[in-house]
Design a protein around this ligand. Sequence first.
Ligand code: SF4
Length: 464
Amino acid sequence: MTGPLLEVESLRTTFVTDQETIRAVDGVSFSVAPRHTLGLVGESGSGKSVTARSILGLIDDPGRIHPDSAIRYHRPAFVQRIAREYPDRIRWVDGDCDGADRDGSHDGNAFVTIEAGDGEGSSVTVDRGSVDLVAAPENVVQSVRGGEIAMVFQDALGSLNPVYTVGNQLGELLGIHRGLRGGAATEAAAELLESVGIPDPKRRLKEYPHQFSGGMQQRATIALALACDPSVLLCDEPTTALDVTIQAQILELLARLQRERDLSIVFITHDMGVIARIADSVAVMYAGEVVERASVGRLFDHPRHPYTQGLLRSIPGLTGEVDRLPTIEGSVPTPNEPPTDCRYAPRCPKAFDECEMVHPEHVPAEEPDGSEGTGADGTDGSEGTHVDETDGTAERTGEAAERSEDAAERTGDVAEHTVACLLYPDAEPLEERLRTHRQRGDPGTAPDAAGADATDGNATEGER
Ligand code: SF4
């Protein structure tokens, strides 16, 4: 299959109380190709985990996913099964599908989109299409959860039930989702434990989670996530609580499982070192928004957003010999204030007046060679983060660039490099840049109308 397996577009998840509205995720877009690893990186409070929980429909009251958001799952066999179950909820489209006419009068209830297929009713076939998990009924989302997209949580012990053996927990899942019982379920459970590197699996099945070490507990949660043979694994900081040796083992395990099972992975972390090791492409999140997207090689060699540059500067070994590592002063804002400006402005060393007046939109990042930032690269390293060649991190960032190329070759997916900052496109004068961002924020705005005076701070079109 070509194209993305999972596509998130303009995802907005809010928590509404009597006192306030928390915009935990505000307009996040990214996609994950088959057999590809996307790193979602950012500080605590940037909205990474809420994004993952939104994909699986795990947002509890008072949380809401905005109905204009889209989470499209593209595996053709799944889309075909759902299309046959819901023949009156299908929208057929020719060519590109951007979801724009999802609310069209004739198919306002449609949540299955077929771009290439044939037939109708219970014999419809789908070669290319998607199911929108935001618009789909709860039972469809339930069948995606675990069976198509599974999640590995940070707190391994907390996500295992302490009063059941690991074998009971795996057996229950295998019974519900794969119809396995008795000896067949035990065999399958032992195979799963073996596949995640747990020795003597038959004996371990009879043990309780507290009898496992931290690393073994995390392996067991990965086995649980794999029990229903998902296509996408959402890993929410699965290595944060582990020491570096065990962390490396879990990362190697995930890479092996990805190869063996053709998995796509969304890997959530605040650790850029982990991103360098495991990701093919990266989306950097700040205060509920994605501020930069790129292949991992591009991002490490040519970070464009001041926040990404700050994150990379704070990695030991990446900035050469220093007495004191640079830090990003301040903290992520509570996302309950109106989103009217660049949210990074209070902490940004490059902020200027207009950053408080215009919301930055994603624009292509121009690379040092003058090209627009598309693709896995073999960059010259002449700009961006200076790598200390004596440090292991240098090796990892070298691996990262190589992996970008491998990923592009493997999946045909070339991560576009875009950045949401008013410094870009840096070839344009300030007034032109502001007009570009206003226009992108409101595509219906004509360039001239958008910025009668682009720098006076009074124009409201395109601002959010
Ligand atoms: S828009 Fe302004 S404040 Fe925001 S990151 Fe860019 S330079 Fe910094």
